[in-house]
Ligand binder design. Sequence first.
Ligand code: SF4
Length: 299
Amino acid sequence: MELPPFRPPSEAFSYLIRVVRGCNWNRCLFCSMYKAIKFEQRAKEEILRDIDEIPKYFPKSNSAFLGDSNPLIHKDIVEIVRYLKAKRPELERITAYARIKTIANMQEEKLEELKSAGLTRLHMGLESGDDEILGLVQKGITAEDAIKAGKKAGKFFETTYYVITGLGGAERSERHAKNTARVINEAKPTFVRIRNLTITNPDMEGLIKPLGAEEQLLELKNLIEGIKTETYFTCDHVSNYLFTERGPIFTGVHGRIPEEKEEMLRLIEDTLETVKALRKAGVEVFTSNDMFRMGLISL
Ligand code: SF4
C-alpha cells in the first residue's frame, strides 16, 4: 500500500489512495510539498490492488481522497474512481486535489464521466486571484483560468479553493484581497480555505516580506469583506494562528458567507484590538512564520 504524503485536513478520516506521485507542475515558489518527488502516474494495477487492501489499513470510512497533487490527469482515472466506488459502497464522498489549469482545459464530458464514476469534490489551489502575484510565485495559472475552472467544476462537484494570505507581501496586500475576492465571487467555490504564507521553501526567501500579525488580520478582513457569493469560509490550518508566548490568541475564523460574515469580521476586528493592546503592553505576537523559524510549529 502506497499513501499520498499530503492530504487536506478535512480528509483526516478518509481512505487515502495514491494515484500519481508528486506534482506534474512542481514550480510554485511557495510550495515545497513535492519538490523531492519525481512526477509519475502509478500503474493502474497497483492502485487497484491498494483499493482492494483498504480494509487492512483503514478503519471504515464514508470518504476517500485521491492524491498526490493532480490525480485527474491519470490516463485511467475514470476506471480507478469507478472501481473504488464499486469496491467500497459505503463511500459517500470521493475527493481529489486538482490543478486549476487542468480543470480549465478539461472537456466537460470527462468531468461528467468522473461524476458518474463517483467523484464528488475537488480541492484546488487558487492561492491568489491577482495575475501579478500568480506570475511572481510561478503558479502557472491566471485569474481567468481560475474563474473558468471554478464555473466548470461547479457544474459537477463540490469545490474548494485554497487561498494564501500574505502571498503578495504587504505591498500587494490590498490588490491580493480585492482580486482574490473577485475570482471567488465569479468561480463560486463551495468552500474557501485559507492558509497564511509560511516560508518553508528557500526559493521564496527575499521574494516578498511576510506579513506581520496586524497586516495578516487586515488582509483577511479585506478578503472576507470582498466576498459576496455564498460559500463556506474557513481558516482550517495552523498557519492562520497568531500566538504569544503563552499560546494561540487567534485560531482563524470559520463560517458561512453571507450568514456569518459580520460575526467573522467582528472577531477579526476584536483580535486587531487585542494585538494592539498586547504590543502596547510589550507582549510579542507571533505569526506562523515566526513560529516556523523558531521551530515551534511544523507544516
Ligand atoms: S502548489 Fe500545487 S501546483 Fe504548485 S507546486 Fe505545489 S502541488 Fe504543484
